[in-house]
Design a protein around this ligand. Structure first.
Ligand code: ADE
Length: 249
């Protein structure tokens, strides 16, 4: 059996590929699936591209074509709560689709025919990820330079378990953030894939985990230096947390 690792950032996949003991790779539906060993575990690694359709199709292909017993999803996210800062790590608890609204047929945010407004991650695995992320953060000074952390205003980054909302929108105005905060008050960050992968994993009964590094505050500065953040910060986070996690399972 394999652990499926999906990332929405090609920079993160690139960083993991550098330490992956690659056995073979297969191209399907415009995605490359890298099969190999990472930290002693058999994994299939894939870049999902962005958005709910892209990530749901990738997760479905991964589950159907490889023997996957769990999925880990990594990527970046925008903070929509004061207590969350750039550089923090959010481990997903409940995953909502903030752009789902089939009311009045069903409740706002409810995924039609599933009678669910959110999908929960696996509790044992998220606890392990919290420990893996804590370990990464205690070592961050030896992994990312002081200047880089300063450039992105990252000081004392923390890791928390949090509810996450996904939708097919890059959130870049206060108004958009406010709308999501009002509708889904427990949510701490926004991204574009997690809840889609969560729905697929729920339907196939595959345990899943979502790891998000906060890259922006989901406001008008949200796009600033995004590629550089992915290269010099997010990819280091993904590599560090995944390696720590895989060595515990
Ligand atoms: N991923 C990273 N930042 C985001 C944002 N502001 N909105 C949606 N997805 C994101």
């Amino acid at each position: 059996m394999y652990i499926g690792i999906i990332s929405a950032m090609k920079e993160e996949i690139q960083a993991v590929l550098e330490i992956l003991d690659l056995e073979k790779q297969q191209v399907k539906g415009m995605r490359t699936y890298y099969i190999g060993t990472l930290a002693g575990k058999k994994v299939v690694l894939v870049f999902s591209r962005w958005g709910k359709v892209a990530s749901a199709t990738t997760a479905t292909q991964l589950i159907n074509d490889f023997e996957i017993d769990e999925i880990l999803f990594t990527g970046v996210a925008g903070a929509i709560h004061d207590e969350i800062s750039i550089g923090d790590i959010l481990i997903g608890r409940a995953l909502f689709q903030h752009d789902m609204n089939a009311s009045p047929m069903v409740r706002k945010f409810e995924v039609p025919l599933l009678n669910k407004t959110y999908f929960e991650t696996d509790s044992d695995r998220r606890e392990k990820l919290l420990v893996s992320g804590e370990k990464f953060l205690t070592e961050i000074g030896t992994i990312i330079s002081e200047d880089t952390l300063k450039d992105f205003n990252i000081s004392l980054p923390k890791i928390i378990l949090a509810d996450i909302a996904s939708g097919d929108q890059f959130i870049s105005t206060q108004k958009q953030s406010e709308t999501i905060r009002k509708g889904l008050p427990s949510v701490r960050c926004v991204e574009m894939e997690g809840a889609a992968v969560a729905q697929v994993c729920f339907e196939y009964k595959i345990p899943f985990s979502i790891i998000r590094t906060i890259s922006d505050n989901a406001n008008s500065n949200a796009h600033v230096d995004f590629p550089r953040f992915a290269n010099v910060v997010a990819s280091k986070y993904a590599l560090g947390i995944l390696s720590n996690y895989l060595s515990t399972v």
